[in-house]
Design a protein around this ligand. Structure first.
Ligand code: UTP
Ligand code: MN
Length: 528
């Protein structure tokens, strides 16, 4: 009898043919060897294990059976020098592939050895450097152009989720670090394929780099995936999804064992007015607002503003001004070309909207900003003190194109006052089947939308537009740049020069960028 292991098997070995207790190698022709030089022992061990998990044969020691040498951050000359230093008897016969780590990571992602391209080879150093694009990125987001064309969404989604989780967990410092890292990746002109491309990039801390590496190698970050599944994160998402509930409140409720809306409703907690409205319109408010819906609301707001103060101007700000097609709310800035005319405007606008049944909720805060002659009245924070109305709008569904008519024929006020229980039941063409927070299906011809109205005097308008256009990180970086690089304090009201001890006037965003010695970045490229 011929022993099983000696038996010759024609063609590809299959599991059944091989028998025995050892899993056959998935890629019998491929023997990898990872060069420890510059890679380090622990990373080499980790990658070797990863390779084996994916079915590759990874040799611990260099030998004649090795077919692929994988190195990281080594030039072709360096790998050759190392090869030459090896014992002659252990040198490999040709063909031996000398490859960069990019081939390894791409093969891990693909789950099989990918075709070897020129850019994977380390032999010719010049080719290596030409092929791997090395990006150059200035360190402040306000020095960069970040369009909506993000070429690295998988990486930025992972980093943004970690940022969000940190913010929800009251760890703002960590949140900003991940936001900055995500913003750098968003600004890159091409998809990142290898860690070597990230050399020299700003704002990429150890933790962010670890996440990026994980995504490049495995297609996803283990940390992010397990975070998304965690009870804590899920509960924080659900609870802070209620308008009026911040991270601190949500954390307190979670400590009390409240993880769901159902538990919150039954907890006996007294909710404030905002939270009650947030709970009532939970589904609507957690559904993105479209550009068309934002424009429909803009028409209504423009109409009311024109009727209560002719000549006043309404500007759509926030994400929609940056060209986004979806948003979580709609932000408007209102001003009048004659300073002082805007006083009293907000209350008139709100009264009109309310009387016509357009508001499901509103809270107006008065302007508390005082300009002082010799020092900035504000710390450079993102809290501003404009007269502001935080509202929940009642927008007729599926008829943004009929907004003009809608403005003239507002929704029935009595029906609005009755709230959700007084929903219209007739199934007209613009009705939509919806799932209420309670779970039962209902039909209503409108949806709730978060709308922010802000009134600014014309003298502060340029600062207000700049401050309300975002993105949040772009704004944060502008203020950081102003403070750290220019000894200035920027807010949504003013720019103060700490050395000259005076305010710098501006009537356009361009002038503010010029005061700050920054190249003007248009709104569509502030999507940091
Ligand atoms: P948003 O939170 O509305 O963000 O703030 P966004 O960019 O429009 O994104 P989505 O689509 O709604 O999610 C818009 C801008 O208004 C500023 C923020 O800093 C941001 O730049 N803002 C917001 C303030 O200045 N003060 C506030 O109280 C709130
Ligand atoms: Mn917004």
């Amino acid at each position: 009898m011929v022993p099983l292991k000696r038996r010759k098997v024609a063609g590809n070995n299959s599991v059944a043919e091989q028998g025995g207790d050892k899993t056959p190698p998935k890629f019998p022709e491929v023997f990898l060897f990872l060069l420890e030089r510059k890679m380090g022992a622990s990373r080499r061990a980790f990658l070797s294990q990863l390779g084996r998990k994916k079915g590759f044969q990874v040799e611990e020691l260099f030998s004649t059976s090795v077919t692929h040498i994988i190195s990281e951050n080594n030039s072709g000359d360096e790998v050759r020098a190392w090869l030459d230093s090896q014992d002659r008897t252990r040198r490999c016969p040709a063909p031996l592939h000398l490859l960069d780590i990019s081939w390894f990571t791409e093969s891990m992602s693909a789950g099989h050895p990918v075709q070897i391209l020129d850019r994977h080879k380390v032999q010719v150093q010049q080719a290596d450097e030409v092929e791997v694009a090395v990006f150059s990125v200035p360190s402040y987001a306000c020095q960069r152009r970040t369009s909506l064309d993000n070429r690295n969404t998988v990486l930025t989604d992972a980093l943004s989720l970690l940022a969000e989780n940190a913010e929800l967990s009251d760890q703002d410092g960590r949140g900003v670090a991940f936001r900055r890292a995500a913003a750098v990746m968003k600004s890159l002109p091409e998809p990142v394929t290898s860690m070597t491309q990230l050399r020299g990039l700003p704002c990429l801390g150890e933790h962010s780099l670890r996440v990026i590496r994980d995504v490049l190698e495995n297609g996803a970050s283990r940390e992010v995936e397990s975070m998304k599944q965690s009870k804590q994160y899920k509960a924080l998402k659900v609870l802070t999804g209620v308008f009026g509930v911040g991270a601190k409140t949500a954390a307190r409720w979670i400590r009390e064992g409240i993880h769901t809306l159902h538990q919150l409703r039954n907890s006996g907690h007294t909710l404030n007015r905002a939270q009650q409205a947030g709970l009532e319109h939970y589904d609507d408010l957690n559904q993105q607002v479209s550009k068309a819906e934002a424009e429909a609301i803009q028409q209504i707001v423009e109409e009311v503003v024109a009727s209560v103060l002719p000549g006043a101007k309404v500007t759509l700000t926030g994400g929609f001004r940056r060209g986004k097609l979806m948003g979580h709310d709609v932000d408007f800035l209102i001003t009048h070309p004659e300073e002082g005319k805007e006083v009293g405007l907000m209350s008139k606008v709100v009264s009109w909207l309310e009387s016509q049944g357009f508001l499901l909720y509103q809270k107006t805060t008065r302007n508390s900003y005082l300009v002082s002659d010799d020092s900035p009245a504000l710390p450079p924070s993102n809290m501003d003190r404009f007269e502001r109305c935080l509202s929940i709008f009642k927008l007729a569904q599926d008829q943004p194109h009929r907004a003009k008519q809608l403005g003239a024929l507002p929704l029935d006020t009595a029906e609005h006052r009755r709230g959700d229980s007084g929903l219209q039941t007739d199934q007209d063409s613009c009705s939509q089947r919806i799932q209420t927070p309670g779970g039962q299906e209902d039909t209503k011809p409108w949806r709730a939308v978060r709308v922010d109205l802000v009134v600014s005097p014309i003298s502060q308008f340029a600062f207000a537009v700049l401050g309300w256009t975002g993105s949040k990180l772009f704004e944060r970086e502008l203020r950081r740049w102003a403070g750290q690089e220019k000894a200035m304090s920027l807010s949504s009201h003013a720019l103060y020069d700490n050395k000259k001890r005076k305010y710098l006037q501006a009537s356009s965003e361009e002038e503010i960028f010029a005061h700050l010695d920054l190249e003007f970045i248009p709104p569509s490229e502030r999507n940091a």
